[in-house]
Design a protein around this ligand. Structure first.
Ligand code: UT7
Length: 316
């Protein structure tokens, strides 16, 4: 099916530490770092999501030694692109100067895994040779900065990978369990004089404890199943690459899977939860640091609003 030819990432310039947030919120570095492992996050000021994703996309192309016109498909995992329409993927297609089909994938923090699975289908049907998978969100523009229980958790980032033909994908699985209550971001309304639905603020709302329980149990279940389908034991994994939502979630899942933390890729300390971007960003950081060796077995695992989950085993 496919292999990963290159990785890339882009973060906004501005960094805000927990102490920075406690200057205007009733919170503390102690609370945030102890409960989540987050110490700082990158937040957009004058950058658009388009700028972050374009930078990641360009870097991914350069590193793969490809031109934009060689791409056969662009997939972009995002909760909210810069426009409701056209899709964020179409905007990036124009920015990069590509001419292939392009579409967004909406699966919140699991979006990157959903996009990989969609790409796998295109490779299986032999419709594509090169696919750009992007994932990015400007979560700082979706949270309510007066709600300390959510705004401190998130950060902004974009990640990208180029996929080419190969047999590195050993298994991939997705799940969805429709649920609006646990985690949602409503649309803000238009100005229809006929609309009688109540207006809602377009802020992220979350039941943190419910997500926490769901996250640990679904990651363990999914990684075990992805390993079973890849015909390996979780202990044989060289790297666990989890969605970066909370270090305690990662530690708890890794412990249950008997994977030592030295073999988990983490970046939450400096990123916060960057939604679907978190997996490709930590993957890119590990790749550029030379941590990943040819033949390494990686289990990617994510969960998010939907509620959705996804996991897969990839040989590096
Ligand atoms: O990508 C998926 C997105 N989401 C997640 O993965 C989130 C998963 N859930 C979590 O990570 C954790 O549930 C949180 C970090 C969100 C919260 O941790 P918790 O241990 O479940 O805390 P809590 O919600 O039970 O809150 C404990 C206390 C409360 O005060 P009281 O009622 O005990 O007096 C909160 O009001 O902490 C208070 N609190 C804060 N205090 C200082 C909530 N947010 C803050 C804050 N600073 N930022």
């Amino acid at each position: 099916m496919f292999r990963i030819l290159s990785t890339a990432s882009a973060l906004p310039q501005c960094r805000k530490t927990n102490d920075d947030l406690s200057t205007f919120l009733d919170t503390s570095d102690e609370w945030i770092s102890q409960r989540t492992g987050i110490r700082e996050r990158a937040v957009c000021t004058n950058e658009s999501l388009t700028e972050l994703l374009s930078a990641a996309g360009r870097q991914a192309l350069e590193r793969a030694g490809l031109r934009a016109d060689q791409l056969d498909l662009i997939l972009c995992a995002t909760i909210r692109g810069d426009y409701i329409t056209p899709s964020q993927a179409c905007i990036i297609q124009k920015e990069l100067g590509a001419s292939c089909p392009a579409m967004d994938i909406s699966a919140a923090c699991t979006g990157f895994m959903y996009a990989l699975d969609v790409a796998a289908g295109y490779f299986a049907r032999k419709k594509v040779r090169y696919v750009l998978v992007l994932a990015g969100d400007t979560m700082s523009r979706l949270v309510n900065w007066q709600d300390r229980s959510t705004c401190v958790l998130f950060g902004d980032a974009a990640g990208a990978v180029i996929l080419g033909e190969g047999d590195a994908l050993r298994s991939i699985l997705l799940t969805a369990d429709g649920n609006i209550d646990v985690l949602n971001v409503p649309h803000s309304g238009g100005n229809s004089p006929f609309d009688t639905l109540p207006q809602q603020e377009s802020f992220l709302k979350m039941n943190g404890q419910e997500v926490y329980k769901f996250a640990v149990s679904s990651m363990c279940r999914d990684v075990k199943e992805a390993c079973r389908q890849a015909e390996i034991e979780p202990e044989q994994l060289d790297w666990l690459v989890p969605h970066q939502a909370n270090l305690r979630i990662i530690e708890s899942a890794a412990h249950k899977l008997k994977i030592p933390m030295e073999r988990c890729l983490t970046g939450i300390e400096h990123l916060g939860n960057s939604s679907a971007a978190s997996i490709p960003v930590v993957l890119d950081q590990a790749n550029t640091q030379g941590k990943l060796k040819k033949g390494d077995l990686l289990a990617l695992t994510a969960f998010g609003a939907g509620l959705t989950t996804g996991a897969g085993v990839i040989e590096w």
